[in-house]
Ligand binder design. Sequence first.
Ligand code: NGQ
Ligand code: ZN
Length: 463
Amino acid sequence: MSQSLWAEQALLPEGWARHVLLRWNEAGTLLQVTPGTSTEELPAGTHRASGPVIPGMPNLHSHAFQRAFAGLTEYRDQGQDSFWTWRTLMYRFAARLSPEQMEAIATWLYIEMLQAGYTSVCEFHYIHHDADGRAYSDDGALAHSLLRAAKRAGIGMTLLPVLYQTSGFGGTPPNEGQRRFIRSTDNMLALLDKLRPACDLQGVRLGVAPHSLRAVPPASLNAVLAGLDSISPNAPIHIHIAEQTAEVEACLAWSGQRPVQWLMNHAQVDSRWCLVHATHMDEAEYRGAAQSGAVAGLCPTTEANLGDGIFDFPAWRSFGGAWGVGSDSHACVDPAEDLLMLEYSQRLALRRRNIGSDSEHSQVARAIWLQAVAGGAQAAGRSVQGLVPGQQADFIVLDEKHVALQGLPADLMLASHVFASSRSRAISSVWTGGRQRVKDGFHPLQSEAIEAFVRSRTELLST
Ligand code: NGQ
Ligand code: ZN
């Protein structure tokens, strides 16, 4: 059995097409994407999209639990707050989280993601142990909370258990706030083995994330990558890198090399890799990392929120670099807004306009949406490359009744969705794996998920 949808306008990788029939199989894989299909030719039972159809956005970087304190660290605490003082607050929050709370927070977060047009998520998962730092009797307890949340919400997932061993370069021991994150390399590989069947069953892609060069010494990095190769040779590898200038300085002091430079010299970085943030690179690093085929994992609203700095987007793209977006700390959960922040940060830095357009797409929103889908899918290691046969039927129907979109041609509807919808959603429905998860802006589990999320947040703030 297959299912189908017909759209007056749909955004394919090469641009907008008219009268497009999408057909997919029971597994949710697109069998057919055919422009120029008249309504008389449609298979029986074909849905008609109520507005333009665009590919769903893969979210390439998420720490789900951080959703529960988004917005709660926006006050001055020290003489001068920074990424590092934020991290201390984050650790306090992470110290108390239970598996039930993790599931409740992630379930609501994933529903929010779907409503905003993220159709899959790469979960960079580093809280592994109980509040005392001891393994749960089921060592994958918190990973299972995330898997259940993704399943209930109906979002696609790439699960990236995180290797975390040290508090800084040169093997400095972990601190108290990091006790729930720590695993030996063998223990991490055992966890991957253990999680594999559940991931396979749910269609979740399993990869690994060495947290950062600060948290993973060279020998462990080599060992985990070798171990991963024997479990799953093409699995995705994500790492936080060069997010803060203090990290660059510490890496230079330790090795004489900058973080991205060190990584390029010591690991076989290729298209399996997602370099999350990679904000602070010199010209040679931009060239080397972009040409390696790795994806730059940009999280523009979190990077702004944490005061990281500005990624040199034109440099990255001039070397042909792939990139995508992530909501990371969930200061904002909306791909349109993260794309807007990316484009605006470049305009502010360069004092120019329309930086994100490319040779094929002069409309900035169209160009950057398509590029972010391609890079996000690569980072996810899943078939979520957009409206192409063989890829998952993950797509969004824009809300043509939204005041910012009404009466416009499809291309300007997308531009208005990204640049002029003013923090309101111009999305009417969202489909993943060929199933409608959000209808008229609503998800069926919305109210119960909100209730459980709010309860968990209240508990976490009161203990
Ligand atoms: C994290 N978050 O692991 O949650 C990190 C901060 C660190 C972001 N980088 C912690 N946005 O890098 O040590
Ligand atoms: Zn992160």
